[in-house]
Design a protein around this ligand. Structure first.
Ligand code: SAM
Ligand code: SF4
Length: 346
């Protein structure tokens, strides 16, 4: 895997619409919108979905192309400058490249990202590149075929590896690999994953397991705490220098002489809530002001009932203003009513 120099030239960007940004009572500003565009998935990762799937909503309950266009437009006017499409598996949606292209041509949007399991990446990489995708996160929890089958309950490691290779060779500027780090399943693959950063200018990110699966496998001793991942990386790899990363990447390192970066994300430990800049929209169009929260604001129905853009804007502001101090406080307010991360988008 060798990376080509990028020749991608972004459209001319502006930074403000003049409308005040989205803020909350703790001084946070929200400029990053994550939209789950799908609940369906072609994998069944053990920490995300049961083998038999979940009761998927019918297509008409999910946001349409036009509704997503509208929400991106409204959000961009309110200071959102970064969009991520997630799911479910976003590449199962036929209009995904169209969504990327739409977001990319809005001058107020600085970057457009995708989180994917990589199965369909090889097929769509050219379309995504042409649509102007600026960042791609590929989820891959193991480099061993048998384990891949055990974790995802499907075949496909070679297909995902091929997709990763194509992403690296593409003009998409940022490529990251997301690994949900789990004891017993993949805790012994830290070094192998980190080795991918030797020749490739990409980030390999180890993410803590979170309690969002209906089978609660995280209660079965698989949880691998971020600080233990960092300690094991230091022990097993040795010469690593600390470097800067995005604001969710708590521990970011470069192995001496390597091109890429290694990061650890305390997704469960929640040490980064004070810097949170995220707004989440579920595939069925509900706004969530925290991954760990329970309250949802139904933007889909508001749009379908004919509410104006100003009214949607007020709904977004009101929900984000009510955001709790951190994910612990948000979680303590009630019981989660989503069955799977596939509905929220991670
Ligand atoms: N299907 C796409 C994928 O897998 O990349 C996008 C949706 S998936 C829900 C988004 C991210 O959430 C993936 O990186 C996945 O590994 C992560 N995820 C899902 N369930 C999780 C859990 N219980 N704990 C930690 N991460 C989880
Ligand atoms: Fe599908 Fe992504 Fe969930 Fe795995 S983590 S089952 S790929 S939505």
């Amino acid at each position: 895997m060798k990376q080509k120099p990028h020749n991608y030239a972004p459209v001319e960007r502006s930074t403000s619409s003049g409308i005040p940004p989205i803020t909350d009572q703790f001084g946070r500003t929200f400029n990053y919108l994550r939209i789950a565009v799908n609940e369906y998935c072609n994998l069944r990762c053990i920490y995300c979905m049961p083998e038999e799937g979940i009761p998927f909503r019918s297509k008409n309950k999910l946001l349409s192309t036009e509704e997503i266009f509208r929400l991106i437009t409204i959000a961009s006017q309110m200071g959102v400058s970064k969009i991520r499409f997630t799911g479910g598996e976003p590449l199962l949606r036929k209009d995904l490249s169209k969504l990327v292209k739409f977001a990319n041509q809005i001058p107020l949007i600085q970057s457009v990202h995708l989180t994917t399991n990589g199965i369909l990446l090889g097929k769509y990489i050219k379309d995504l590149e042409q649509a102007g995708l600026t960042g791609i996160n590929i989820s891959l929890d193991t480099l061993k075929a048998e384990r891949f089958k055990m974790i995802t309950r499907r075949e496909g490691l070679d297909t995902v590896m091929d997709g990763i290779e194509k992403a690296i060779e593409s003009d998409i500027p940022s490529v990251k690999i997301n690994i949900v780090a789990m004891r017993d399943f993949n805790h012994d693959e830290l070094v192998e994953f980190a080795a991918l950063t030797q020749d490739n200018d990409m980030t390999v990110r180890f993410i803590e397991l979170m309690p969002f699966d209906s089978h609660q496998i995280w209660k079965t001793g698989k949880f691998y705490r971020a600080k233990h991942i960092v300690a094991d990386l230091k022990k097993q790899i040795g010469a690593m220098e600390q470097v800067n990363g995005s604001n969710t990447e708590h521990y970011v390192f470069r192995i001496k002489g390597y091109r890429g970066k290694v990061a650890v994300i305390p997704a469960y430990s929640r040490s980064l809530c004070s810097a949170c800049n995220r707004i989440r929209i579920t595939a069925d169009g509900k706004l969530r002001n925290c991954l760990y929260g329970h309250e949802e604001t139904n933007l889909r129905d508001a749009m379908r009932d004919g509410d104006s853009n100003e009214s949607i804007e007020q709904m977004i502001r009101k929900s984000m203003r009510k955001k709790y101090k951190d994910g612990w406080e948000a979680q303590s307010q009630g019981k989660e009513h989503r069955e799977s991360m596939t509905q929220i988008g991670g």
